[in-house]
Design a protein around this ligand. Sequence first.
Ligand code: NAD
Length: 480
Amino acid sequence: MTERVDHFIGGAPSGPANGEYFVSTNPATLETLYEVARGGEEDVRRAVAAAKRAFESPAWAGLTPTKRGHLLRRLADLVGEHADELARLESLDNGKLLREMRGQLATLPEYLYYYGGLADKVQGAQVPTMNPAILNYTQREPLGVVGAITPWNSPLTLTTSKLAPALAAGNTVVIKPSEHTSRTVLRFAELVAEAGFPDGVVNVVTGYGGEAGAALVAHPDLAKISFTGSTATGSRIAQQAAARFIGCTLELGGKSPNIVFADANVQNAAMGVIAGIFAAAGQTCIAGSRVFAHRSVYDELVELVSRRAESIVIGDPMHDSTELGPLAFGDQLEKVESYVHLGVDEGARVRSGGARPDVGLPGYYFSPTVLTDVNNDMRVVREEIFGPVAAIMPFDTEDEVVALANDTDYGLAAGVWTQNLARAHRMARRLEAGTVWINTYRAMSPMSPRQGFKSSGVGIEHGLESMHEYTRLKSVWVNT
Ligand code: NAD
């Protein structure tokens, strides 16, 4: 019989109020993995109530910040011990390469150690005022119950980016993972309990966005929503949060430029372009999907990238030799394929890929694709495809490429390849993106704050700054 997985509420697994489950499949083989509790309003109500009770309980509210830090560090140890198991579960769920997930999850404890260390370093300040007889000071307080909604492409890392600072600051959390990847977040919640966090501090309600997700966003007892996902959903959530005057942190989509100047090491740049777009089969928010190459190196770069794209080993994500796995679910495959057809209709030329490869598995595979003869007016260049599709365009001058790179609704990330130091810093200043990489791509760390500009987000994740997203500032005035 197929395994069933339930919500995690108040420190224990909990079946769905409506008794309904839905099937989760392996995108590489299309085999059924398990059945997931289909959450709705009643499940969300119970989870938020558990989180609210925990927030007010002496077991959590009475802990010193240092003790909260100890709990986070204990959780980090446990996650480290189970990293391989979690990587395997995550890879089965979303089709990302097992070795890629192993690498990603090996760094997960660092997030928890980092925020564990920050738990007792959130400070207020004594503030001079216009009246010397008055003592004025500020203090930072936790918000209450935080709702965390996450996508399927890096389920645990993106959840931990929210959960670690939220808990370090003393909040409690209700997580709604993507309907495509429920398993690892539930396993993670078990480790949270094992680490000794009081019941109800971390709760998980699984289910669809329009059901469990919408119910969570609408719950009146939420103090904040922290969301990672598409810009369309983020915009809807922002409007709901604004109507209730609660804060939201939004990490949204991207259409990031990766720019190769004439003075770049073109071999290195080509490798950076490939890693930028084809990692995780292009299903990363920071994918460098718009590649701009100086006209003098354009042909060479197109040749290097398309040749490598053609040699990428596509197959079972569990095998060490595989370099590209499937897309995460059927609709993703349809979407990516229809964008490539749209691009061709708009006049693009397919230099490599562009089709469903035969890899001997029935999963949702799409070949790494390179499009040329494209321009900034085409939908394949303007819209987020979220698949292994690179559009490569030539440019002549620095001013021109800055204008082209910034001519987008998004502003998540950008890459620049050049050996000219002054140009590197100048480009970092001129590009409208929350993260700029010079002669590298994808570098990330829990210590380094990041935010999306324009339609790519609101608020900051990672770093010291993220702690402020989960606290509120109080000003206290004392007549001495
Ligand atoms: P999505 O917006 O469809 O779903 C994200 C989450 O929101 C899921 O858990 C989903 O169930 C839930 N959801 C959907 N509709 C909802 C609603 N009406 N109310 C409440 N919750 C709802 O996005 P996706 O397809 O899962 O993820 C891909 C997107 O995420 C891409 O646009 C990608 O760029 C973005 N992303 C951004 C970052 C970042 O850090 N900026 C990281 C990863 C992914």
